[in-house]
Design a protein around this ligand. Structure first.
Ligand code: ARG
Length: 570
């Protein structure tokens, strides 16, 4: 089924082609939601923005469009307003039909270029450390983008680019040999790895020799020493086991775990290539890529004096691998704002190498806390698990208060879904590039743009259906009729869901979906407060229940695209 917005575009293009067969600057055709319901359902200021092309008063162009508008089933009326706006009113029948179909048929996104793989690199923690709050945004935003791209019909690979290759391994090996507490390691391996890592840092402050030893062990590892390789693999496994616990709770999964080590052997090749193409030169013994002045980019070191490769070298190898092994649609990276320069450098170098790759760095602002409760305790970072636990605990208390009769088992399940969902939503409902300030009260509130508000709206609809079933009330969405302006307005909002997802995907902004869901939730709740459902009858009752059913479906699907599970009751 075609998106409503796409159908409108097709009709307008036909009308415009009739008045000017040569017209080609199609980006001027912008049809948007009406700013106010007074002005219909959609509006376009095309006649004004294309005044130059038509060389006449915009109102005249608007009149010509309306006169030449093709026969169609979707538009009730077109109205010319002001200097040349066209207000668009949709037919109730068209909208009702679309809403009836929308649960049964998929929307078509065949106008998108979906050839090849979209590889999304996100989460990507560094091995031997538990995930902390800093990993939350990359993990959650990356996962939402994955879900959005899948909805739009792309072929997606979710890639966890774990930091499994670096100087920390030499240090860990030394720490492991010198200070490991076997008991503790058995009980909580990653906590023990963290402890010996910190211990190493403290000891090395007064003992320079330790750093030399760590470098030695790292070199042995890189040269394939069996014992060091075994330890390295063990550290990775222990870490992944821990991460997977958190990913399971977050309902997040990956297709690949290709860490930095995977690209290790490809780095000499990259360096050779950069030398051969005269893009990298020696400067103070290091091998450096310099950029044209207008790029305003710091030079990028690709190999150090001692022969060591860098983060940039590894990401270049990674990009080359993606280019050579896949038909690539897009390579997407999700990291915090501090890596902007890094990705600008990598992307620029890949352009200089003439690689034709669509690539996107999605960066996000750092997360902070409003109240002190979870602000960094001295030297300690907030672990992701602690954060989830705290949220679930708080939600549990709210459920105890609001719905004490819910069976205990269900309370726990619901608290987990809502607690985890609230954290994700607090992050995803904001523009990724804005800073997130964590505020428990706001985040867990049942009012305002929060996950619990949407969850509650969904559960409220489900409760209507539970009661309807008890009363043997049935309905059929296929018989939906829009009977007044409230039905029309709710149906219109529902029909706009796929377009919101499309925009969220195009701009990499999951918050567009969150905003949409919040609007829908508000619209539905005011509809609900105004209409009776179970005490109404016939076609009216059928239509109200049908609209409610679709609202619940869209809320659940929208939450799902944000990685949040809806609940039946709460
Ligand atoms: N491991 C890195 C970090 O923790 C993030 C990796 C992002 N992905 C990449 N291809 N560089 O900061």
């Amino acid at each position: 089924m075609k998106l409503c917005e796409k159908n409108l575009e097709i009709l307008f293009k036909q009308a415009i082609a009739k008045i000017d067969p040569e017209f080609s600057t199609w980006e001027k055709l912008f049809i948007q939601k009406a700013s106010n319901e007074k002005f219909g359902d959609y509006q376009t200021n095309f006649a004004m923005t294309s005044a130059k092309e038509f060389q006449q008063a915009p109102r005249k162009t608007a009149e010509q469009i309306v006169e030449n508008f093709p026969e169609n089933e979707m538009i009730e009326k077109l109205e010319i307003a002001g200097p040349g706006f066209i207000n668009i009113y949709l037919k109730d029948g068209y909208l009702a039909d679309l809403i009836a179909k929308m649960g049964e048929e998929d929307f078509e996104f065949d106008f998108l270029d979906r050839e090849g793989k979209v590889i999304i690199d996100y989460s990507s923690p560094n091995i031997a450390k538990r995930m902390h709050i800093g990993h939350l945004r990359s993990t959650v935003i990356g996962d939402a983008i994955k879900r959005i791209y899948l909805y739009l019909g792309y072929d997606v690979i979710a890639d966890n680019h774990i930091g499994d290759w670096g100087t920390q391994f030499g240090k860990l090996i030394i720490g492991y040999r010198n200070w490991l507490d076997e008991e503790k390691y058995k009980k909580n391996p990653i906590e023990e790895l963290e402890r010996i890592y910190v211990k190493f840092a403290n000891e090395a402050e007064n003992n320079e020799a330790l750093n030399d030893q760590a470098r030695e062990e790292l070199k042995k590892l890189h040269d394939g020493d069996e014992e060091n390789l075994r330890l390295w693999k063990e550290f990775i496994q222990v870490s992944l086991d821990e991460y997977n616990k958190v990913y399971d709770r977050l309902n997040i999964s990956f297709d690949e775990y290709r860490g930095e080590s995977f690209y290790h052997d490809m780095m000499p090749g990259i360096v050779e290539l950069l030398k051969e193409r005269k893009l990298a030169k020696y400067s103070q013994d290091a091998l450096v890529v310099f950029f044209p002045e207008e790029e305003n980019l710091h030079p990028c070191i690709v190999q150090k004096k001692d022969g060591a490769y860098l983060y940039a070298t590894s990401d270049l190898a990674c990009l080359q691998y993606k280019k050579d092994h896949y038909q690539l649609n897009k390579a997407i990276y999700v990291t915090d704002e501090r890596q902007q320069t890094h990705f600008k450098q990598i992307f620029k170098i890949s352009d200089m190498l003439g690689w034709k790759i669509n690539k996107e760095h999605i960066w996000f602002g750092i997360m902070r806390f409003k109240d002190g409760i979870f602000s960094t305790r001295k030297g300690n970072v907030i672990r992701l698990e602690e954060l989830l636990d705290e949220s679930v605990k708080r939600v549990k208390a709210v459920i105890e208060e609001k719905n004490p009769n819910l069976p205990e088992e269900e309370k726990a399940i619901v608290a987990e879904k809502i607690g985890v969902g609230a954290i994700k939503y607090a992050d995803l409902s904001r523009n990724p590039q804005s800073m997130v300030i964590f505020d428990w009260d706001k985040m867990l509130s049942f009012e305002g743009n929060t996950a619990p508000y949407l969850q509650y709206t969904h559960a409220r609809i489900k409760s209507v259906f539970r009661k309807a079933a008890e009363m043997n009330i049935t309905f059929d969405v296929q018989d939906l009729k829009l009977l007044d302006e409230y039905d029309h307005s709710l149906a219109l909002k529902l029909s706009q869901f796929p377009y919101a997802v499309l925009k969220a995907g195009e701009t990499f902004k999951p918050n567009i979906i969150a905003d949409y869901l919040f609007d829908l939730g508000q619209k539905f709740n005011s509809y609900y407060n105004q209409k009776s459902f179970l005490n109404s009858e016939g076609i009216e009752q059928n239509s109200r229940l049908a609209l409610a059913a679709r609202t619940a479906e869209v809320l659940a699907k929208g939450l799902d695209l944000l990685g949040i599970e809806a609940v039946e009751r709460m």
